[in-house]
Design a protein around this ligand. Sequence first.
Ligand SMILES: *Cc1c(COP(=O)(O)O)cnc(C)c1O
Length: 365
Amino acid sequence: MRAWVDIEMDNLLFNLKKVKAKVPNAEIMGVVKADAYSLGSLEIAKELVNNGVTILAVASLDEAMELRNAGITQEILVLGILLDEEIKQAAQNDIQITVGNFKQIEYIEKNNIGIGIHIKIDTGMGRLGFTPEKGEEVVKYCLNKNLHIMGIYSHLSDADEFNDEADRHTREQISKFEKFDKYKDKVKYLHILNSGGILRFNDGYVGNLVRPGICMYGMLGYERVQELKRVFSVKTKVLSIKTAGEDTRISYGRKGIIKKGETYATIGMGYADGLKKTLSHKSYVLIAEEKCPIIGEICMDMCMVKIPNTLKDKISLGDEVVVLRDDIIEDMEIEHRCACDILTGIGKRIYRVYKRNGQPYLINR
Ligand SMILES: *Cc1c(COP(=O)(O)O)cnc(C)c1O
């Protein structure tokens, strides 16, 4: 294998248990959109469902169908907005949908579609859903018309922002959502907490469902969560090792410099694999747990890294290189640092290696 991501399933389950302990009265909706943040939605979904997760969430009908077609029978919610024909197809496949505008309700009524809906309330994310006031009307309307409301939910915009203003906003969002508590007996699920909400705003939670995504992989924002364990390590191999005979310019645009006598390696991962070009000169890789800075522009399939003196005499062709991991993401010197962004960028060429007890039990792409 040229490049792969190790996925530690034991640690995923450890993190899932921690999540449950934070909100003991709530059930879990496992968010496996974007191919489970690139770690493989089918394998991750199976693992979650086998370990007590009540319902799964994805972004689109395609993602939901992928799980259904693979034999997953668990409840599934599409977090995005489906329109017209897609709503019919969702109903035929017992997939629950998000309702964020009245057109969808009209369509469901007109075509007499039996489908589980989750009414989306915009409490301050500014993305999808009804204002809390309008939302109440919609909930009452749907209850009256006997539409099948499975849930009422909202989404937090600032739960992983770590500042007072953001925290104030989060509390305000949660308090707006709490007004829907009165429908608890009429709908199955009330949910607002994402990873940041679960880890930081779980106190007195009125909902009965939470939606963890990135925290299952041990991270929040771009930081590691101390009490959680590492789940993913993206790796490749050393393909070339050179010691510069003179000061040498490196890669496209020749922006990298290796001084005479310094050693550098070329490794088998580039931006087409998810090592974003914006990380050129702004991140490092680990060889034998030693930091090797990325030098020069990252290429499509490869990049160059500087080998520290302490590693010079130990490094060989084929050595394992850790390219993306929780601690490396934490140290990236880029704007808009975001663990989800980096993770979901992991490319199709990367093999997914699922491990238990440190041993691989499944390898696929
Ligand atoms: C992606 C998403 C989540 C999960 O977010 P994390 O921050 O990864 O926990 C939860 N709810 C909605 C609506 C989402 O879009």
